[in-house]
Design a protein. Sequence first.
Length: 481
Amino acid sequence: MIDLESTICAPATAPGGALAVIRVSGPDALRCVGRIFRPSSARRDLAEAEGYTLHYGNIVAPDGKVVDEVLVSVFHAPASYTGEESAEISCHGSAYIVGKILDLLTSAGARLASPGEFTRRAFASGKMDLAQAEAVADVISSASAAQHRVAINQLRGGYSDELRGIRDRLLELTKLLELELDFSEEDVEFADRERLGSLLDEAVDHCSRLADSFRIGNAIRNGVPVAIVGAPNSGKSTLLNALLRDERAIVSDIPGTTRDTVEETCVIDGVLFRFIDTAGIRDASDEVERLGIELTFRKISEAEIVLGVVDTTDAASQIEALLHSVTEPGKLILLLNKCDLEGVDVPGRADVSERLEVSENSEGSACARDFRSSMIPNEVTCLKISAKHGIGLDALRRQLAAKAGLTSTEGTLVTNARHAAALRQTATALSAAREGLSSSLPPDLVAQDLREAILHLGTITGEITTDEVLGEIFSGFCIGK
Ligand SMILES: Nc1nc2c(ncn2[C@@H]2O[C@H](COP(=O)(O)OP(=O)(O)OP(=O)(O)O)[C@@H](O)[C@H]2O)c(=O)[nH]1
Ligand SMILES: [Mg+2]
């Protein structure tokens, strides 16, 4: 059981800043802070202040020594984050000062909070539902505009309202069916079967749509996965470094330099991308290299976008190999790399030029021209780049943003695996209810499936939950959240 009796305290800010905030919440919060805080002017007791108030003064140790000059914000229950009596002490960001104030607070009767305990209390006091509580963590960690948009919608309750709407409709239907049971002797039907059927179809559709949106939602939350694949030495690691503007992966002219995958995120046009540099695809005799290549194929299947890097000096055969490896051409952006070598007499160039029909793209630059061969499917985007010299990378960034934009929708996006699983279970139970209805099963059996659907739906917003589930969710939070 959650302990709501004690008063908890924790730093709410990460170490290293000029200022730090220490949160205190619980029945004794204002008394605890009052014991260590001396206001600059003789004002009323902190506990007696009304509404939200701000107090300037000093934190003073029992030996009379001033620890720091601080501001104390007072929030009276229920008008606080946790819904309890709360205070926030803004002090200087020194690790010593923060530690000392926490020591003084614990001596004054508070205890250190466990991870997520403030938000768990907010949930317990009905300040937010479980989906909103989970969104708190997402809002704090959001690194891109798209991530932020989804998380803030969930925090503000738009998503919860949508789920509650479905749940209320299902409850109504269940009650109608259950009412028929009370009149079973009289053989009456309160719920019009046809209408009931179409409402159930709608609900199945709605829940499945939400569950399906997890693929995109998850990509937005954790970064749209972009696998960088191609032959050894084609310039994959050079491209990763160029996109990140950082020397993240080792680059060398020895084929097979990258063996394990290297993953790193970066924001392009408000969308977080997760770039995955992979081991070059070739027939490897070495066991470790073979395992690396196996991993490459897994990353291709998991990616939303695949950047197929081709060395311009060996384009034709490498393109063929790539088209063979990437089974979904719509995901593929073909990059003819090392275009800076154009003009250099490279063996095989004549062959490449013959097979690739070159056309000017909007940039008009010689190196950023689109190229297309009759063997490349139309849905494959093609660009010429030089990863080493940064040529054509702006065009590539635009392509990435456009491709990610194609997959993002305006409606609600589910970003949480727990929610997606619950929505699938809801849809399955609803489908069972729908089937029962079609085959004229007794209303109590249909109602049973509906009750199960309602139960699964209720686990998302926390109407139905267990201490174990709550413990698992909040333990993933930081201390002070
Ligand atoms: N001229 C030129 N050289 C490049 C370009 N991109 C990469 N290279 C060179 O190609 C060689 C291989 O580059 P890497 O980035 O290590 O290639 P890779 O595809 O990661 O190779 P593996 O990890 O072995 O599969 C290095 O010597 C790079 O400097 C480019 O645009 N132009
Ligand atoms: Mg590499």
